[in-house]
Write a protein that binds this ligand. Structure first.
Ligand SMILES: [Zn+2]
Length: 54
């Protein structure tokens, strides 16, 4: 029950923090990614992905 589900904002895969391979900080929020590839896509254009969240 302490497992926190997080979402890869690039590919929208749901996972736990332990399953995440990469993470990046943007505007003081940590985002988790399933792969380096997703992280790179996010860092190139974070706004594109943040629009989709909330
Ligand atoms: Zn991903």
């Amino acid at each position: 029950m302490a497992i926190k589900k997080i979402k890869d904002v690039v590919c929208r895969k749901k996972m736990t923090a332990e399953e995440a391979k990469e993470k990046a900080e943007h505007n003081k929020i940590i985002y988790y990614f399933c792969s380096k590839r997703c992280e790179e896509k996010f860092l190139k254009a974070p706004e594109n992905y943040l629009k989709l969240v909330g």
